[in-house]
Design a protein around this ligand. Structure first.
Ligand SMILES: N[C@@H](CCC[C@H](N)C(=O)O)C(=O)O
Length: 321
């Protein structure tokens, strides 16, 4: 964050976490005021000038009955998205570590529905990621009908991919070897391909045998990451649709392994994997430049003695997907 904007606003508590090296800044927006602009998220995500993370995860109060929390996700480019599988596991660990709940089964509301997180031993969490969406308009993916494999023109070449939504859109390509796959070249072109109108995460899947696979993912809004949980789920769905994988698969990513289970169409995908908490920190956010808003914030402080109650009602300025 630039020196000129630092140090004028309130202090924010955060935790740095990761799931297989897919790393997160996690913020409790229930117990403290929180609002960030997309450009501030980009600055904080910077690995040289900021904290450095692939995604920002925000814990908010739920907006639905029978749900424990609302889970919001922002990519390092500042865009708000619908799903993050590795983040969901870290979310479960965070809300327990911060004593926001003592439940072992936690229901959270995402922008695309409710997911269930089950806390296991030694930091392991299992997530019910929901039923994969394969209907092209709902992914969204431009196609005249649903297929297991689509042919896509990209820069004069033709590639074959499967299109799957795990709440967020994924394209999955089958490759012989992830080590030599053109992730850096094809990833950004397919991420922004016109057939994915909301952009997409692009997975490169190498099938080892029916129960083992390797995967690299070029993530929408973050670039290639060490691991992508929703990408691993989408890849196993794609591998099953192609008849190459069984219902329980160990997926090797750059940062480690996930176990993914899918019993077939209409069934939810289950993801099991580890979580890690790296450090806790405090950050002074940029101040609010508007004199009118500064004045009303001071009035709020004076009335309540604390601004926690008022801030519970506040929404971040970034928009929902
Ligand atoms: N790392 C994530 C996915 C994060 C969101 C993704 N980049 C998107 O834009 O949909 C995961 O573990 O699933």
């Amino acid at each position: 964050m630039s020196q000129s904007r630092r140090g004028q606003g309130p202090l924010l508590n955060f935790t740095k976490m990761h799931g297989l090296g897919n790393d997160f800044m996690v913020v409790d927006a229930i117990s403290q005021p929180f609002r960030l602009r997309p450009d501030t998220i980009r600055e904080l995500a910077d690995r040289h000038f900021g904290i450095g993370f692939d995604q920002l995860l925000v814990v908010e109060p739920p907006g639905l009955p029978d749900v424990d929390f609302r889970y919001r996700i922002f990519n390092s480019d500042g865009s708000e998205v619908e799903q993050c599988g590795n983040g969901a596991r870290c979310f479960a660990r965070f809300v327990r570590d911060q004593r926001l709940t003592n439940k072992k089964v936690i229901r959270v509301q995402t922008a695309k529905g409710v997911i269930e997180l089950r806390v296991g031993r030694a930091g392991m969490v299992t997530v019910d990621m929901g039923v994969p969406e394969l209907n092209p308009p709902a992914i969204p993916f431009a196609a005249d009908r649903r297929k297991d494999i689509y042919t896509v023109e990209v820069g004069g070449d033709t590639v074959e991919l499967s299109a799957v939504s795990m709440g967020n859109p994924h394209g999955v390509l089958l490759v012989d070897n992830v080590d030599t796959a053109p992730v850096g070249e094809l990833g950004p072109r397919l991420e922004n391909h016109p057939r994915f109108p909301a952009r997409a995460n692009i997975g490169f899947l190498q099938v080892i045998d029916r129960t083992h696979a390797r995967l690299r993912v070029f993530e929408r809004g973050s670039g290639e990451t060490m691991a992508c949980g929703s990408g691993a789920c989408a890849a196993v769905v794609a591998g099953c649709l192609r008849g190459l994988l069984d219902s329980r698969v160990e997926v090797e990513l750059k940062g480690g392994h996930l176990v993914i289970e899918w019993q077939g169409e209409g069934s939810p995908v289950m993801m099991e994997g580890p979580t890690a908490s790296v450090f806790e920190g405090q950050l002074r956010l940029p101040g609010d430049p508007s004199p009118r808003r500064r004045k009303s914030a001071r009035q709020g402080d004076a009335k309540s003695g604390t601004n926690r109650k008022n801030h519970r009602q506040r929404q971040p300025v970034t928009s929902r997907p």
